[in-house]
Design a protein around this ligand. Sequence first.
Ligand SMILES: Nc1nc2c(ncn2[C@@H]2O[C@H](COP(=O)(O)OP(=O)(O)O)[C@@H](O)[C@H]2O)c(=O)[nH]1
Ligand SMILES: [Mg+2]
Length: 657
Amino acid sequence: MTKHGIIDDFEAYSEWRKQVRNVIKKYRDIAKAEDLTNAHSEQRLNQIISTLNDDKLYIAFVAEFSRGKSELINAIFFSTLGKRVLPSSAGRTTMCPSELMYDHDFEPSIRLLPIDTRSTGTSIQEYKNMPEEWSEYTLDIDSAEQISEVLKHITEVNTVKPGHAENLGLHITSDEGHEDGLHIDENGEVEIPRWRHAIINFPHPLLDKGLVILDTPGLNALGAEPELTLNMLASAHGVMFILAADTGVTKSDLAVWRDHIIVGELTSRAKGRLVILNKIDVLWDDLRGQDEISDEIKRQVKETAKILNIDEKMIFPVSAQKALTAKIRNKNKLLNKSRILELEGALSDMLIPAKRDIVTDTVKRDMAEMNQSIKLVIDQRLAGVDEHIAELDGLSSKNVEVIENMLLKVKADKEHLERSLQRFQATRSIFTRQTVALYQYLDPKAMEITIANTRKNMKISFTSRGIKKAMTRFFSSVYEAFNSAAEQSNEIKELMQGVYSKFQEEHGLVNIRPGGYATRKYLREIKRLEQSSERFVKTTSLVMLDQGVITERFFDSVSSRIRQIFQKANKDADNWLKTIMSPMEAQIREHQIQLRRRLESIKRIHKATDTLDDRLAELKYVRDGIIEQGDKIKHINRKMEKILAKEEDDEESRVSA
Ligand SMILES: Nc1nc2c(ncn2[C@@H]2O[C@H](COP(=O)(O)OP(=O)(O)O)[C@@H](O)[C@H]2O)c(=O)[nH]1
Ligand SMILES: [Mg+2]
């Protein structure tokens, strides 16, 4: 049987993720059935579940054209289809970046974004929400022929006047070292890609489980579409850089490495990167012995490591083409010789544990928060019942006077609570005012104005100084918005803290300390964008800066990213404001229920409809019920911990297998 390396590992990972999702669903159902949740915590739980649902793993393949990216993707992921799916042949084939994914809400298809959309200043990310702008062709999943025929759209080109290409920010070069540069032909025209971006929606089991693959065309396209490097590569979980044994490390390869791979590494969180030395089959030679060939491969690996200044262990020599043939034809010897399994092993070792760690950390953090709020409710319920029991225990006889006093006390407590509630309503209006101020700092419309002004300022002078100045000013307004938002949120937090402690003091409730609105992660991301911008100004040639278009495109992707950050910050602010309010509301609700219960039971004793013993027995029954609620939550938590820790179990079983 043919082994599939990463496919098996990824499936095991998806299975585990499904278990995590199911146990959280069970947790939600139990908590809901026991009336331990409120609208907000239910929403949080559903959010955690849906994040696990569409959790994605992004792998990008980056290289100069013709190094075998498409072939490698075919070999690693699509051999099970028994055919070469992505077009791969001599010359430039992949003309536009292609994303392979699967969303089962949509038909299998390829969607293509026309190249002219580059002149609009709208990012690919934003176009993803405008389906009418894309050309769509459906894929017949039962016909491998039809699929590879339809996918040929990604190789289409348009022939245009050089001026048109320049307007689209596509750089025309006479530099021979620039392998996939656009060259003017004898008719004075250039060939440009017909499409800007392709999204292939394909029902492959791995894609269905959340894998997303990005296939990029080459240096020229990467340079022309800063969004690729800035967003897609920076957020990919794994980036594969491909070299070919027949070309060695060329000037273009080095440019890709330096400008698109290293950059991401320096400016974003550390992530998986592998270098692949493809086409080792060109070194296979019947007249040379195995040893001689493997020495030659070793020599190339060593040299590549030296040029790229990386550890030799990071480099994987393979033959994508032979691997694909071997997998399709079930040839194990050839498969081993292609060395693809070593690469797949490294790929899954690098990506999957990292991905699991991220999921485990997020789930643990979110669920700890959830447990805390549930524990609060349980503790409050217990404290209330205990207080009530103690109160009744103190009643040795049905002394009418004592009971009447008690009745008065409960009524007084109730009135006290109502007064506090009125005060709480008053605080609510201050709270609302403060939140309006917070949203003003995070206002996406204000940010649009800043973006528009920056664009205007850059247009005044497309020199590196002019651009640098405009960018600096832009980033300082972004920082300012977030710093003010942070300050404002602190004020809100302090206000609420005051309300909480007063309430707790007066009504003897469990202590709650509201958490803060975390802006650090946005600031980190903004810093990263700022660094990329500085690097862009520093490394882009004056000719290109002068041209304006490329700078505008660059700023488009920066501003589109900032826009996303603002959207996220607004959504997080919504959530945070709910989180800060809802425990208070839950506490008040619980407190009201308890007071009502106390009043009811004293009234009954007073009217002699119930005996003291009856009431005490009933309260003890209620108390046992609350303990049981706590136990149920503890039980499901233990189950969750076991599933989250399963990682180690799996590794053990793999070692022993
Ligand atoms: N000999 C050899 N040729 C390969 C290998 N992988 C890809 N190629 C060839 O290299 C050319 C470019 O491949 P392709 O996948 O389109 O490269 P891309 O532009 O990087 O996507 C095609 O002619 C492939 O057949 C390999 O492992 N060995
Ligand atoms: Mg390709």
